[in-house]
Design a protein around this ligand. Structure first.
Ligand code: CP
Ligand code: NVA
Length: 305
């Protein structure tokens, strides 16, 4: 197995097409129990400034399955919460542990950790990106369709961290990605620019404020909360603008017959998605959540073996 080099995953665009495909292949082998790794004595640190169920627990369990261990570095009861500079924390942790997964607000904080660390830094979600999630989503799409060619992915709702990493991931793999969102809630403009620079096809990323247009012919319909962590008040004031982007039985009529539904979770039923759709036979939401565990193991094996 080829190690990941460089070994930070701050943005999904830190990975090229081959590296993403290798992580997905390895994730599948791990899922099918065809390979095993031994990360004995390796320690993954977890620094989470925001709540988490899937990411935190899948990192913990992934390390356990790989025979390594994790340590929760709670910002509140470590010196991080009292304002110790990242450049000091990063250098000290580099001498104790082998990798750190960080969930925080500002992408720049992660870049600062990466600058001062001599161990791999993994983005466990920032306001800008959620790369580990998108790798699990790509695995779910690959398992369903067996390929990425001629697959249309549609993301509906708030142009947030999920949409940003999804756009980049799709651009790297050459997948058509449609974004349907209110005009004031488009994905990050720097991310769109970056995605376009990664692909020869300037029509690969389509952004529209018409949800039907976004969904037409889609094989994958993906949505996420309208109110990301830390941005709840901003989005609450604008909830009316999102109503037409709710994934419901009417909207999905526009999609391809073979479509699947994805949601990174946690989901707010009756808002970005109806209960009926998340529980429908097209939903792959819980396979997608399971895949976080297999992908997390593949990432850790690739950076720590
Ligand atoms: N999808 C996801 O990252 O979930 P958590 O916030 O529970 O980690
Ligand atoms: N966009 C959501 C994703 C949660 C996994 C958030 O940032 O809260």
């Amino acid at each position: 197995m080829r190690k990941l080099s460089p070994s930070n995953i701050i943005s999904i665009s830190d990975l090229n097409k081959n590296q993403i495909l290798e992580i997905l292949d390895l994730s599948l082998k791990i899922k099918k129990k065809e390979v095993q790794f031994d990360l004995k004595h390796k320690v993954l640190g977890l620094i989470f400034d925001k709540s988490s169920t899937r990411t935190r627990i899948s990192f913990h369990v992934a390390m356990t399955r790989l025979n390594g261990t994790t340590i929760d570095i709670d910002p509140k009861n470590s010196q991080i919460g009292r304002g110790e500079p990242i450049k000091d924390t990063a250098r000290v942790l580099s001498r104790y542990i082998d990798a750190v997964a960080i969930r925080t607000y500002d992408q720049k904080s992660l870049e600062e950790y990466a600058k001062w660390s001599s161990i791999p830094i993994l983005n466990a979600l920032t306001d800008l990106e959620h790369p580990c999630q998108i790798l699990a989503d790509l695995l779910t799409i690959k398992e369903e369709f067996g390929k990425f060619e001629n697959t249309i992915v549609t993301y509906l709702g708030d142009g947030n961290n999920i949409s940003n990493s999804l756009i980049l991931g799709c651009a790297i793999l050459g997948i058509q990605i449609n974004i349907g969102c209110p005009n004031d809630f488009k994905p990050d403009s720097g991310i769109i620019e970056k995605a376009l620079s990664l692909s020869d096809n300037k029509d690969l990323v389509k952004i529209t404020n018409n949800p039907q247009d976004a969904v037409r012919g889609a094989n994958v319909i993906y949505t996420d909360t309208w109110a990301s962590m830390g941005q709840e008040s901003k989005t609450k004031e604008s909830e009316n603008l999102f109503k037409d982007f709710s994934v419901d039985r009417h909207l999905i009529k526009e999609a391809s017959n073979d479509h699947i539904i994805l949601h990174c979770l946690p989901a707010y039923r009756g808002k970005e998605i109806t209960d009926e759709i998340i529980e429908s036979k097209s939903s792959r939401v819980f396979d997608q959540a399971e895949n976080r565990l297999h992908v997390q193991q593949a990432i850790l094996a690739k950076v720590l073996s």
